[in-house]
Ligand binder design. Structure first.
Ligand code: ZN
Length: 191
């Protein structure tokens, strides 16, 4: 397994619509190794998720995992989820405001509106089709990762650029108020 270099905002690969993964390719050792490398890269960077375009591969693959994440200590746990050709559809019009960051946008966070519930379907790394509901803050993480497959960055969804903040200034000026708002939301939604 290897840690792959991460593409940063400005790299055109982050702005392309990524290609579908062929069913035939799923069991190939090249693809399975790439998935291992993607997971390794996410762990190395302490990401809550990562998408293939973020390591320069324009493929519809992304992974999410949240477990005692130092970048997002308030996050509910999400078991490692590897998604090929995922599709996400909001199942409500209700939204919440999240402070998002991204491994491809170093040292910046901003407020993004996300749906509180969504239907998620994908093929897992063994080729099995999975369909499930994602809710709460976790639903926001999945919406963020799937956006990468369509060339969308969280920056595009920041409605008020005045909410943009460095990590240090998030900690200093915004984290407390955000936690007071998001922790009850996580408790209410159960995720
Ligand atoms: Zn991202």
């Amino acid at each position: 397994m290897s840690v792959l270099p991460i593409a940063h905002v400005g790299n055109p690969v982050l702005r392309q619509r990524a290609e579908e993964v062929d069913d035939d390719a799923i069991h190939s050792s090249a693809l399975q190794t790439f998935i291992d490398d993607l997971v390794e890269t996410m762990h190395h960077a302490n990401g809550a998720g990562i998408a293939a375009p973020q390591v320069g591969r324009s493929l519809r693959i992304c992974v999410v995992e949240v477990r005692n994440n130092p970048r997002y200590p308030y996050f509910p746990s999400v078991p490692l989820t590897v998604m090929l050709n995922p599709v996400i559809t909001p199942s409500t019009t209700d939204t919440f405001e999240n402070y998002e960051g991204c491994l491809s946008v170093p040292n910046l966070r901003g407020v993004v509106e996300r749906f509180t519930r969504a239907h998620l379907s994908y093929v897992d790394r063994s080729g099995e089709r999975i369909a499930r509901e994602v809710v709460g803050l976790t639903a926001g993480v999945f919406q963020h990762e799937l956006d990468h497959l369509d060339g969308v960055l969280f920056l595009d969804r920041v409605k008020d650029p005045r909410t943009l903040t460095t990590l240090a200034d998030f900690e200093a000026f915004h984290k407390q108020a955000f936690l007071e708002r998001i922790v009850p939301f996580i408790e209410k939604m159960g995720s």
